[in-house]
Design a protein around this ligand. Structure first.
Ligand code: B12
Length: 347
């Protein structure tokens, strides 16, 4: 994976994604055959959503290959193990899935890049076999805003928009800064929502509701952001096509505005042509691209390419951030863009 050029990795990712339906059938057949062999074993046979699992395995495998990161697929294997274990589904199936995939893909992939796929699957199988299925909680005792954060989380999980706004404005009046509130309270609560969903303690609907409350609080705080620095230039911030996670990009937009940038925030899942048009209309000096999911790698590459093709290499500067770039840290360098691999505190 280390030595494979990015174009070869993208080509391999594309091939892998096309095998989705066939792979789902194959994993299902192999799994059923094994269930029959085990039919004397105690316990009810478990049904599995093969379309979903095979699609997810391929999406993340492709993303790891495209991003040039073995560690990203290991991270997926650990995450998926935790998700399965917390839903009382057998995490051991995952190791078997990856072994089945390796055997099945052997005859279906070209030699260029096949080794990268094999290595990722083996690393994934090992990570799944060794995975600790305990889900870590919020690091304790780190923030003076911890009490507010805990209260905020309880309130958003109940869907109480008014109370969430009141709490946040109260913290602001008590002298806490907007960046501190964003990171210590909202970001930590959002990350905790993820862990609660992952460990099957909240439903998708509860997670959506809580996120909607956080978004409405961000909107209520916006008028309190006063640009402090002298004007820095024009900026466009967007999430890539296919990417639904928007709050990170939203926070980045607000923070850059506070630092003197004139920001146009496009939201997320924006088609490439729309981003290019917005850059031209806003005469942008800087483009901020946000991506969370590993499977967003091809859309990040295509967006950077489209921007460079239209405007050249010098302007706008491009800054990327979000979990995708933490998982695939070499990608930004390969694309010739700046990156923020941590959170807003690093900017
Ligand atoms: C809310 C949420 C959703 C919502 C998003 C709604 C919305 N309007 O944003 C919805 C329901 C749409 C969603 C969907 C999915 N989600 Co989701 N989601 C989350 C959750 C709980 C919170 C995200 C969030 O708000 N984070 C808070 C922000 C502030 O943090 P941030 O994005 O990291 O941003 C900071 C930095 O990264 C950085 N940054 C970010 N962008 C940029 C850009 C620039 C330019 C810069 C400089 C910096 C920067 O600065 C920000 C501020 O510090 C996360 C949990 C998590 N750990 O993030 C899961 C999570 C990301 N989701 C996850 C999953 C699996 C999914 C789905 C696949 C679920 C599914 N089966 O459908 C889909 C994928 C959809 C898609 N195509 O994108 C997993 C990913 C696991 C993995 N292995 O990758 C997570 C981690 C949950 C979990 N613990 O299991 N999700």
């Amino acid at each position: 994976m280390d030595s494979l050029p990015i174009l070869d990795r993208l080509e391999m990712g594309h091939r892998l994604r096309r095998l989705r339906t066939e792979l789902a059938q194959t994993l299902a057949e192999r799994w059923r055959a094994r269930q029959q062999d085990l039919s004397a074993a105690p316990g009810e046979p478990v049904s599995r959503a093969f379309d979903e699992d095979a699609g997810e395995h391929l999406d993340f495998l492709a993303g790891a290959v495209e991003g040039g990161s073995l560690a990203a697929f290991e991270e997926y294997a650990r995450w998926k193990s935790r998700v399965l274990a917390s839903r009382a589904l057998p995490a051991a199936d995952l190791v078997q899935d990856f072994e089945d995939m390796e055997a099945w893909l052997e005859a279906r992939l070209p030699s260029t890049g096949k080794e990268a796929v094999t290595r990722a699957l083996r690393a994934g199988a090992q990570a799944a076999a060794e995975a600790d299925t305990e889900i870590p909680g919020i690091p304790a005792g780190l923030s003076p805003l911890q009490a507010v954060q805990e209260q905020f989380l309880r309130v958003i999980l109940r869907g109480e928009r008014r109370e969430a706004t009141r709490l946040s404005l109260e913290a602001l009046q008590a002298g806490h800064s907007i960046p501190d509130l964003y990171i210590e309270v909202f970001q930590e609560s959002q990350y905790e929502l993820g862990r609660l969903w992952e460990s099957n303690q909240i439903t998708v609907a509860e997670e959506h509701m809580a996120t909607a409350v956080t978004q409405s609080v961000l909107a209520r705080l916006y008028p309190h952001i006063e640009p402090t620095s002298p004007p820095q230039g024009n900026m466009v911030v967007t999430g890539v096509e296919g990417e639904m996670h928007q709050i990170g990009a939203h926070m980045v937009s607000d923070l850059f505005e506070a630092r003197g940038w004139s920001v146009r925030f496009l939201g997320t899942n924006v088609p490439r042509a729309g981003v290019v048009q917005a850059l031209a209309e806003h005469d942008a000096d800087l483009l901020g691209i946000s991506a969370t999911m590993l499977f967003s790698v091809p859309n990040v590459v295509e967006l950077v390419h489209a921007v460079r093709q239209k405007f050249g290499n010098a302007r706008p500067r491009i800054l990327v951030g979000g979990a995708t770039f933490r998982l695939a840290p070499r990608l930004a360098g390969e694309l010739g863009v700046e990156s923020c691999v941590g959170d807003l505190r690093q900017i």
